[in-house]
Design a protein around this ligand. Structure first.
Ligand code: ADP
Ligand code: 5GP
Length: 218
């Protein structure tokens, strides 16, 4: 087995964190790259487990010292993948899983061109389920949710650029699909039918717009 850099990306609320956790629990041959971020921890998030929580100064210092494989601004906060995290997992002969945004995913592809990296984009199964999951998680302030929805629209619109797309309907099914893509070493493109993706993309963009207006209260 050649260890790969596996990138999971999704619009906020798409389920990438949930899928990543389930995959890590069932696959000892996959390890997690703990990202750095300037956003504050959510209740229950432990430092160096969920993220390395850094001040802006510390983040900028480590970025300028060249410690990041990639970094991006997302909803007003900075996020980055540390080279040391990726190397730690790859050295242990495991695939390294990155849960990162679309801007970061593009940078990783540049640094680890396929087949060294395997990019997988997760989509929620419907506008209604996405709305329920995103709002139901209850972790965001109205301002943060607004910024995330704006970012989500851009992310959803570029879904069809991905070689591998997984629809996160039933959780076990979605985790199984991600596991299969890894086991196939990303060799075969894995996507739903193009018309199914484009219908879903349209419905999700409409939902994001609807939620944004609801969030703004106008
Ligand atoms: P992301 O990390 O992409 O922002 P999360 O993993 O936090 O998304 O998922 C958003 C919410 O949706 C969470 O409350 C999670 O429990 C729920 N969720 C994720 N996947 C599923 C699924 N397949 N079925 C039902 N609920 C899900
Ligand atoms: P959250 O604040 O919900 O944990 O994450 C917000 C977004 O930042 C998600 O899309 C998540 O995947 C992304 N993200 C988390 N870590 C990184 C990282 O290291 N780099 C980049 N580019 N995005 C990240």
């Amino acid at each position: 087995m050649t260890p790969r850099v596996v990138v999971l990306s999704a619009p906020s609320g798409g389920g990438k964190t949930t899928i990543a956790k389930a995959l890590l629990a069932r696959r000892p041959d996959v390890g997690y790259s703990v990202s750095a971020t300037t956003r504050p921890p959510r209740p229950g998030e432990q430092n160096s487990v969920a993220y390395h929580f850094l001040s802006r100064n510390e983040f900028a210092r480590r970025r300028d010292a060249g410690e990041f494989v990639e970094w991006a601004e997302y909803a007003g906060e900075w996020y980055g993948t540390l080279q040391s995290e990726v190397d730690r997992v790859l050295r242990s002969e495991r695939h390294v899983l990155l849960d990162i945004d679309v801007q970061g995913a593009a940078q990783v592809q540049g640094r680890y061109p396929p087949p060294q990296s395997i990019g997988i984009f997760i989509l929620p199964p419907s506008a209604a389920a996405w709305g329920r999951r995103l709002v139901g998680r209850g972790t965001e302030s109205p301002a943060s949710l607004e910024r995330r929805l704006e970012q989500a629209i851009a992310e959803i619109r570029q879904s069809s650029d991905w070689r591998h797309i997984v629809i996160n309907d039933d959780l076990n099914g979605a985790v199984g699909e991600v596991a299969r893509i890894i086991d196939e070493d990303g060799a075969r493109p894995h996507r739903p039918r193009p018309d199914q993706v484009s219908r879903l993309v349209e419905a999700l963009v409409r939902e994001a717009d609807r939620l944004r207006h609801g969030v703004k209260g106008d």
